[in-house]
Design a protein around this ligand. Sequence first.
Ligand SMILES: [Mn+2]
Length: 292
Amino acid sequence: MAQKKPTQPETAASPRPQEQEAPAVPPAAPATGPVHVAWCIDVQGQGAAQFCDQLYVSVKSVRDTKRPEDEVVAHVCYAHVSVELMERLHALDADGFKVVTRHITDQDLAYWQQFTKHDPRSAARPWGGIVFARIWLPLLLPNVDRCVYLDADTMCRAPIAELAATNLDGKWLGMNLGSVPEYGYNSGVMVMDLKAMREDNTLYQRLGEFMAQYTRSFHCPDQTTINRFFADRIADIPREWNYPPTPGAADPEMMKARLWHFYNGHQKPYRIAADDFGRALVLWNNLLAEEK
Ligand SMILES: [Mn+2]
C-alpha cells in the first residue's frame, strides 16, 4: 500500500472512518519565558525605613506566591537605596526567583523632577521625579517585552504569572479603575507591553511635550499623565488584582482579592506590635516578620 505524503490531510473519503482520538500529549502551551515584575523606587529622607519595609514585603509576597513552575525576575529600579535594603532584597533570591537591581541615574531623576512642580497655591503634596520612572520601563528594561509594574505599597496574594498573562487585546497597559473614579485608572499596578511601547519610536518625544505642557498641574502627576496621554491604550484588569484593603474590616472581597494595594488615604502598611489593626495589616506584618 502506497504511503501517503506526510502533509496530505485526512479527508471524509478516507477508507477508514475518522476516529476522534484524544491526542497522546496535550497541545503545547504557548512559549513562555520568565515572568518579569518591576518596581521603581527612590528611598531617602523622611519615611525611608517604612518605605523599605513596604518594598521588601511587596517583593517577598511575589516570591512566596509564585507557582513552582514559574520563573520570576524581580527588577528593582532604584535611584537611592541603602546597602542594607539591597542586602535584604538580594537575600530573597530562591529557586526560580531572582532579584535584579538596576540603577536610575540622577540625570533621569532630574528630567522627571521638572514635571512635578505644582502651583504654589495648590495644597497638592510634592512628588519625587521617581513616580514617572514606571512610564519609562520600556527603556529601563530594554530586553524585557512584557512586565508587571508594582508600587511598593502592594502585597501579592496569588501567582503574579496569572496577572502577567492577562490578554491586553492590543492595548499597551492593563490597569484597574481606582476606587476614586475621578482619579482614573490606578497606576500602582500595571501590566505593560514594553515591546509595543518601544516600537513607537516617537512615543517619548510626544510624551515629553505633553508633560511639559500639562503635568505640572496634575494632582497625581504620573497617574493623570498615564490616564490622559495613554487614554486609548489602556485595557481593564479586574479589581481583584489591585484591591485596596479596608483597615479593620472583615471584608470578604478583600480576603478573596489576589493583590492588595494600600492606596486608600494615608493607610500605608507599617510595623505593628499588636494584632488589632485589621486583617490586611496583620497579614502584611506577618510577611515582614518572617525574614527568610
Ligand atoms: Mn501605591
